[in-house]
Design a protein around this ligand. Structure first.
Ligand code: SF4
Ligand code: SF4
Length: 322
């Protein structure tokens, strides 16, 4: 029998998450490639997601900092279009080099050579992680891996315990305040079953959201980065596509034009259940030590010694009597 390494199940590269979940003869793993360089911020994806999945409204309050009225992913926002306004100037670092050449805090041209303000727009979504901590910690089986390799939450099974919320390294899944159950993007599981693409990808007029077999998307994305870099967009980079990263690669990955933090994404996410096997080992060793300590204390107690003496006497007594 092949030995299963629990660490492999919880972290590290995993070529076939659906197979690991027990599916045989399953379809190819599918995903999203969101190319933010062509997003125009029209929000058609947000609207299509809301409509198809019958998600309740979540308020229309503007942040006061941008044109973003949904502000982030949540129980009632499964696609969120971030609007980031970037100035053409930046603040001079302190201390300046050579000393005294630039006043710390003064405005200096942006290091990438931009001379104008720019908008970065990006449609964020659940990452459908290869190693999904939300799924690992769910005690009811409400969260499950589909035959397409995606991660789905079933609202009729969720008991609202909320364990999945802090487990997600991206802050994606959320309990809906109105009923307490957890919700997130399902990558339109009902549509995939019918051979259709998810509603957001279908609605996107610029193909910023591309849906398809994950391997094919990774290849396409690498080509697009190369194309942008050749065109002088040196900051273009992929985020979440690497199977060697802390979550074993995302089923929904992105082409970004700046650091992940600029888009509100964690720079180096790690599946939060990665260290569970080590923690269980430590807990087991601690429990055994405790039991050993209790046993030693009991055996060396006067009562135990008296009992042992009586037992010995009893045995010898019986032996002598025969
Ligand atoms: S991004 Fe969060 S909610 Fe989505 S699959 Fe990964 S852990 Fe789960
Ligand atoms: S539909 Fe496409 S272009 Fe419009 S906001 Fe969404 S990702 Fe951007």
């Amino acid at each position: 029998m092949t030995e299963i390494d629990l660490r492999d199940l919880l972290s590290g590269p995993e070529a076939d998450p659906a197979g690991r979940a027990g599916y045989t003869g399953h379809p190819e793993r599918v995903g999203f490639f969101t190319d933010t360089s062509v997003c125009i911020g029209c929000k058609a994806c947000e609207v299509a997601c809301k409509e198809w999945n019958a998600i309740p409204e979540d308020g229309l309050s503007l942040t006061g900092m941008s044109y973003d009225n949904t502000q982030g992913l949540g129980g009632s926002t499964w696609r969120h279009v971030a609007f980031i306004e970037q100035s053409a100037v930046t603040r001079a670092p302190a201390p300046p080099e050579p000393a005294g050449a630039v006043t710390p805090g003064a405005e200096v041209p942006h290091p990438d050579g931009r001379t104008e303000l720019r908008w970065l727009m990006s449609s964020d979504v659940c990452k459908h992680c290869t190693h999904a901590a939300c799924l690992d910690v769910c005690p009811t089986g409400s969260l499950f891996r589909t035959e397409f390799g995606t991660v789905v939450v079933q609202e009729d099974i969720c008991n609202g315990c909320g364990y999945c919320v802090p487990a997600c390294p991206y802050g994606v899944i959320e309990q809906r305040p109105s009923d307490g159950r957890a919700f997130k993007c399902t990558m339109c599981y009902d549509r995939l079953g019918e051979g259709m693409e998810p509603a957001c990808a279908k609605a996107c007029p610029t193909d910023s959201i591309q849906f398809g077999p994950l391997d094919e998307l990774r290849e396409r994305a690498a080509g697009r980065v190369e194309q942008l870099r050749e065109a002088g967009v040196t900051d273009a980079r992929l985020y979440g596509e690497d199977p060697e990263d802390g979550v074993g690669g995302d089923g929904a990955f992105f082409l970004l034009l700046d650091e992940p933090e600029v888009y509100g994404l964690p720079p180096d996410p790690v599946v939060t259940t990665r260290d569970l096997p080590r923690m269980w080992t430590h807990a087991g060793v601690a429990a055994l030590s405790l039991l050993g300590g209790i046993a030693t204390a009991f055996l060396s107690s006067p009562a135990a010694r008296r009992g042992a003496g009586t037992a010995r006497t009893g045995v010898f007594g019986r032996g002598l009597g025969r």
